[in-house]
Design a binder for this molecule. Structure first.
Ligand SMILES: [Zn+2]
Ligand SMILES: [Zn+2]
Length: 166
């Protein structure tokens, strides 16, 4: 018989993570031992197996749970890096879809942690990505909307293509 892997979570001293959040993370660690759960100052997925969890802002608790499940969603989708912003936005909604599935298949999370998929919160998160995308796409010289090539390079239709014709 294989002995279970001990649960391990390195928690910095200055975090104020509530006990229920610890319990939740412990559940994730035992169910998904293939990933590293790391307490950090921001939420982030880093391919191939690191899930960074922001322990400083766990309020309201639901947002903490949802963000954590979102990063786990990236992990389970095996997301690597991205070259284009459009691809990145697609990964963002994919990760949220995974989070939704996880909540659906873990009924005990709703009972124990009061976790429900919050459409409004998710839309807000995706909107902030869309805004960010829109800001990035704007040409800083002329203000036109630029486009991004497959390589990740941005081009302005005016400044890069028309004014620079040789
Ligand atoms: Zn994400
Ligand atoms: Zn321009």
């Amino acid at each position: 018989m294989v002995s279970p892997k001990p649960l391990k979570l390195d928690i910095p001293k200055d975090t104020s993570l509530p006990e229920t959040a610890y319990a939740f993370l412990s559940e994730l660690i035992s169910e998904f031992p293939q990933f590293n759960f790391i307490i950090s100052s921001r939420f982030k997925w880093k391919y191939p197996k690191s899930i960074y969890i922001d322990a400083k802002t766990p309020t309201p608790p639901l947002y903490f749970y949802l963000q954590t499940l979102h990063e786990l969603g990236h992990a389970l989708s095996n997301h690597k890096d991205y070259k284009t912003d459009v691809r990145r936005l697609k990964m963002e909604s994919e990760a949220w879809e995974r989070a939704r599935e996880l909540i659906k298949t873990h009924e005990n999370w709703t009972k124990t942690y009061d976790i429900t998929y919050n459409e409004d919160f998710v839309e807000e998160q995706l909107d902030s990505y869309r805004d960010w995308l829109h800001q990035r796409s704007k040409c800083k010289i002329c203000g036109l909307t630029r486009f991004q090539k497959k390589s990740g390079k941005w081009l302005c239709p005016k400044c890069d293509l028309i004014d620079n014709r040789s």
